[in-house]
Design a protein around this ligand. Structure first.
Ligand SMILES: [Zn+2]
Length: 450
């Protein structure tokens, strides 16, 4: 559809996500959406122009594609292989050995599966953190998917007795890999590269400072984990004698280009620091539950004006990559943590779209508006299991009741990539076969053969 005449998506419920914070969905109305050269040029009651391709929207709800702030594509192959463990054991006994055992081919299978699964669930933009090696394979697959993807190799140089031998690199090598990725992919198509220290405990003080300087020098985003699990916090305090977010600040890693996954346990001082530095938070509710980490104080972050995005995190700690699952979990947890109504369904939907875009510093996704990229999800909400919905108020159905089966179609830049719930150009049967072929070698190399 990237032609001069473009296309007109007719007769949809437009959910622009451009309203004020108290009513973020904006003016939900039945109308049409015009696309030219991959971008939205108009919304409303539109008349087809000569030569324009007309697409029947059939009364679907059209939302901006979801933005997932925190995903590990490299881990998707490891779904179901690391259940029922707390964070540090989960990392040490399963995830690090498995990541280190990846080769380029198994990483590619994991990445292909990730992007197909994300698209099938309506996610059109993602920030991913990859392993120490083979991140270029993920960047290639991200490029092939057509999604908007921020990605990077995780930085790990700290000698840790729990790491598989040879997994950590030198500080220089870690950033040299990031620099190679930057030269090969950053700004090419829809891909950008983020400087991605894994977490405080796996990065030396010197590398952390060099990473901050490198990000500053090349105007790259910073993506890391922070303040996730009580045992991790205790280890950080024991080593640094300061709170987690304060350590990151001291290393120069906070700022308007920085997004921190989790931030489950933060003090008043740390929250002040997040707000003052305009760092953003990436909330991963299913992971926080599954690893027994806790409940992130989103309603409080929202009151403080801290940008919050949502992500599924890794398949081995979720075990889905579904934004709809995370939306439901996030809203339910805030009802428990802050009280019903303090972070309502509409706020969750905002975090899944424009809020996620803001948290990642992306200005051309997350809303349906002229000039934005035509990344659109079409939901079929005509299902009695969703209730008798008021079409102008779809937040409740989407956040609390809908599932992937209600994703009818997805467009990237105005091109359909999912139709009738099917990911075009991907074959689940083939992906399953490739995953089943790749996994035994990884398990063997990891010393975890079943
Ligand atoms: Zn993570």
């Amino acid at each position: 559809m990237n032609d001069a005449t473009g296309a007109l998506l007719q007769d949809v419920w437009l959910v622009p996500m451009d309203g004020p914070d108290a009513a973020p969905l904006g003016d939900v109305r039945r109308g049409d959406l015009r696309v030219r050269d991959g971008r939205i040029v108009a919304l409303g009651a539109l008349v087809p122009e000569p030569g324009e391709r007309v697409i029947a929207g059939r009364g679907r709800h059209a939302l901006p594609g979801f933005v997932q702030g925190h995903v590990h594509a490299t881990q998707t192959l490891f779904r179901g292989l690391a259940d029922d463990l707390p964070l540090l054991d989960w990392l040490r006994t399963r995830i690090w050995p498995l990541e280190h055992a990846h080769d380029a081919a198994s990483t590619r299978v994991s990445a292909e599966l990730t992007f197909a699964e994300l698209l099938a669930g309506g996610t059109t933009t993602a920030q991913t953190m990859e392993s120490v090696r083979h991140a270029e394979v993920v960047a290639e697959e991200a490029q092939r998917s057509g999604m908007t993807v921020i990605t990077g190799n995780c930085l790990m140089d700290e000698a840790d007795p729990h790491l598989p031998p040879g997994m950590a690199t030198s500080a220089a090598e870690a950033l040299a890999i990031t620099d190679e990725l930057r030269r090969a992919f950053h700004g090419h198509g829809r891909i950008s590269i983020a400087v991605s220290p894994r977490f405080v405990l796996s990065v030396s003080e010197g590398l952390a400072r060099d990473a901050a300087a490198f990000a500053q020098q090349h105007d790259l985003r910073v993506h890391t984990h922070a303040a996730e699990h009580p045992a991790e916090l205790a280890a950080v305090r024991a080593r640094f004698h300061r709170d987690y977010v304060q350590v990151l600040h001291g290393q120069g890693l906070l700022g308007a280009r920085t997004a921190l996954a989790h931030c489950v346990h933060t003090s008043e001082a740390e929250r002040d620091l997040l707000a003052a530095t305009r760092s953003s938070v990436l909330h991963c509710p299913s992971t926080n539950l599954k690893l027994g980490s806790g409940i992130a104080p989103l309603a409080d972050y929202r009151r403080r004006g801290i940008a919050v995005g949502i992500g599924a995190d890794g398949a081995p700690c979720n075990n889905r990559l579904s934004m709809l699952t995370e939306l439901r979990q996030a809203a339910l947890l805030q009802a428990l943590d802050a009280g019903p109504g303090q972070w309502p369904a509409a706020a969750a939907l905002a975090a899944a779209t424009r809020g996620g875009a803001a948290a990642l510093g992306l200005t051309d996704v997350g809303q349906l508006a002229p000039g934005k990229r035509a990344d659109v999800v079409l939901f079929d909400l005509q299902d009695p299991r969703l209730g008798v919905i008021d079409a102008q108020r779809p937040a409740s159905a989407l956040v609390y009741a809908a599932s992937e089966r209600h994703v009818d179609a997805v467009m990237l830049g105005g091109e359909f990539v999912v139709e009738g719930g099917r990911v075009l150009g991907s074959d689940w049967h083939e992906l399953r076969r490739a995953a089943a072929a790749a996994l035994p070698g990884v398990l063997r190399r990891a010393g975890l053969a079943r």
